[in-house]
Design a protein around this ligand. Structure first.
Ligand code: FAD
Length: 457
């Protein structure tokens, strides 16, 4: 052990720090196309105080610190681009409080989506959070740190909009609380205090989130889903607008994919509804099916596929985004997600299919409505064979082109990797960029936090 490793071991315990090559190897890569980068140390803290001490040490020694949750963005955001410490937050996995009446949950940063779902199912069956379609190991903090969205995005917006309060270790080691928790024990709101939105969307470059209070929502007893299928993608924005106007749907996702060939060229709108009684469900079904889709069905524009009675009770809470991919031999998959105006759906699809064709990858395109059609998260997904360099390169180029396309169409790449971040910053208003730089320098004077990301030169 070198002296830094020794000091880290004194903070978190010897079994929770490593500089062994085989462990560094694991932390040097994520599941996407980004090139691997080796860290020098991997540290797994259990408490806020331990995080604080690690950060103070790193700040003093000017060692980069990369906070890691599930490492599932696929975009290389937890890659230690400049080496240093990967701070694996997964041991901070306690669910600290559920306030049933005020509908919020307070968790430590490393609590996974899967754990939170299971906990609420068992102990608070009337409550749900907005669960992203990511694998269950993804963490609550990692998701809000990138402005993620879940299955309640259509009614309620981004998951980061659902944050009531944060505890954060600043890059210089101070612990700071944001929201009502800064005044007392209640974690129920960030309003009406001055906006300190310095930690969400910054991808761990301004501090380490150690606790998150997240809004919960009523869980409905019955769920159902229908898929409206049509050929004319130009009609999709209007249909989404009209369905969201009814305020009857939960998740609302439009998608189109090349494989299997039987669905190629079609556009599908998955409409999730939920309710507490059959009467409520029937009313919602009717308002959407008859009130909105009826005229399209009568004119032969499209058709509605419902779930069979034996599948309905087993309907997963979230759309199986990850299971509709045509995963190639070699198992690689990465997507550019971008926050886009819903009206751009047809162009996103047309141009996305062109990009896929140029790189010989079957297209998979998907737009999830956020808010009442206020925006959508549009994803261009690309599969590749990890064992084949040419296949990885094709996917990487397709991803870069998709970042550029998102910006060209007036959107913003979401959780962009380094290429996308640079493309965003090149186009950003210089005064806004300069403000970002000042904020970053103020909070992180030694530039130790996840360096290489959101780096304003
Ligand atoms: C198949 C698939 C489907 C997906 N579907 C969705 C979806 O529907 N919705 C969605 O939002 N996302 C989705 N994702 C993307 C991503 O997996 C999720 O957003 C996930 O919640 C990210 O959390 P994580 O713990 O893996 O974050 P990580 O990848 O570990 O971290 C993300 C970023 O946050 C930083 N970070 C992590 N922890 C902290 C912390 N404690 N403090 C400060 N910074 C921190 C990291 O440094 C990094 O920059 C999907 C991914 C896959 C693979």
């Amino acid at each position: 052990m070198d002296s830094i490793c020794q000091s880290l071991a004194e903070i978190v315990g010897e079994s929770h720090v490593s500089n062994r090559p085989e462990e560094l190897y694991v932390y040097s890569r994520d599941l996407g196309t980004a090139e691997p980068h080796l860290p020098q140390y991997v540290v797994s803290p259990r408490t806020t105080e331990e995080v604080q001490q690690v950060v103070k040490l790193a700040n003093r020694e000017k060692i980069p610190v990369v906070p890691l949750g599930g490492g599932l963005t696929l975009a290389g955001l937890v890659m230690p681009l400049k080496g240093g410490i990967v701070l694996d937050m997964k041991r901070m996995d306690s669910i600290l409080e559920v306030n049933e009446r005020a509908r919020y949950v307070l968790v430590e940063a490393g609590v996974s989506q899967g754990k939170l779902v299971a906990y609420l199912d068992r102990h608070h069956p009337n409550l749900v959070h907005s669960e992203p379609g990511a694998p269950g190991q993804a963490t609550v903090a990692g998701n809000v740190a990138i402005h993620g969205q879940g299955d309640l995005a259509q009614p309620y917006g981004f998951n980061s909009d659902m944050v009531n309060g944060l505890e954060v270790v600043l890059p210089t080691g101070e612990v700071c609380r944001i929201g009502s928790c800064s005044l007392g024990q209640q974690w129920f709101t960030q309003h009406p205090l001055p906006d300190l939105g310095l930690f969400l969307g910054w991808c761990g470059t301004t501090g380490i989130i150690t606790k998150v209070s997240l809004r919960l929502f009523p869980r409905k007893r019955i769920r159902d889903m229908g898929v409206f299928v049509l050929e004319d993608g130009d009609l999709v924005p209007d249909i989404l607008y009209r369905i969201s106007h009814t305020e009857m749907a939960g998740d609302l996702i439009a998608w189109s994919q090349e494989l299997p060939v039987t669905v190629s060229g079609l556009h599908n709108i998955s409409i999730f509804i939920s309710g507490d009684s059959e009467e409520e469900m029937e009313l919602k079904r009717k308002l959407i099916r008859v009130g909105i889709l009826g005229e399209y069905i009568r004119s032969g524009t499209g058709g509605l596929i419902g779930l069979s009675a034996n599948v309905r009770p087993r309907l997963p809470r979230r759309p199986p985004v990850s299971t509709i991919q045509d995963i190639k031999k070699g198992g690689g998959f990465e997507y550019v997600g971008a926050i886009m105006p819903v009206d751009t759906y047809p162009e996103c699809c047309r141009r996305g299919a062109d990009i896929s064709a140029r790189h010989d990858i079957a297209y998979t395109l998907l737009g999830r409505v956020i808010g009442r059609s206020h925006a959508m998260m549009f994803s261009w997904s690309y599969v590749f064979n990890r064992a084949d360099e040419d296949s990885v390169r094709e996917a990487r180029e397709a991803l870069y082109e998709s970042d550029d396309l998102a910006l060209e169409l007036g959107g913003i790449p979401w959780k962009p990797g380094v290429y996308g971040q640079r493309a965003v910053m090149e186009r950003m208003d210089p005064n806004t960029l300069s403000l970002m730089k000042k904020v970053k320098e103020l909070l992180d004077p030694n530039g130790i936090m996840n360096p290489g990301n959101w780096e304003v030169s």
